[in-house]
Design a binder for this molecule. Structure first.
Ligand code: AMP
Length: 123
């Protein structure tokens, strides 16, 4: 996926306050909100406020402060939402092969039920 940022993507619109979101946490650099189509009892999306398209784009270009804040916020949400003890999945889809739908880097934090294996066996 190209790292050219599309300002019309839905998370950019959320960050500009043009459409509502169900906020879970907010810091100077990071916003977390509940996924609109949750796939488990806990399904939070964590996004940087900066304009990064994918996981690799964010970690290559963001400042140390943004990166630390992002990951500390993810950890805090896992603890606060009570998914640490039984386990959870942290996923970031990037590009075509991963079927990334929204081209603003985001991490899914999913838990609250057994999630099965990450990928179906090939074949
Ligand atoms: P991905 O396929 O990794 O790009 O995931 C995009 C996610 O964004 C999906 O799980 C959607 O349900 C979620 N999503 C799309 N629009 C919204 C929205 N307005 N508020 C919250 N989550 C959304």
């Amino acid at each position: 996926m190209t790292h050219e940022y599309d300002d019309t993507n839905i998370f950019a619109r959320i960050l500009r306050g043009e459409i509502p979101n169900d906020t879970v946490a907010e810091t100077d650099h990071t916003l977390a909100f509940n996924d609109i189509t949750p796939q488990a009892p806990v399904h939070v999306l964590v996004i940087p406020k900066g304009k990064y398209v994918t996981y690799d784009d964010f970690h290559a270009k963001a400042s140390d402060a943004e990166i630390v804040d992002f990951h500390r916020t993810c950890a805090r949400i896992c603890a606060e939402r009570g998914i640490v003890a039984d386990g959870y999945r942290a996923i970031s889809n990037a590009g075509r092969n991963a079927v990334q739908e929204v081209p603003h880097f985001h991490q899914h934090l999913i838990g609250g039920r057994s999630l099965g294996r990450m990928l179906a066996p090939a074949g």
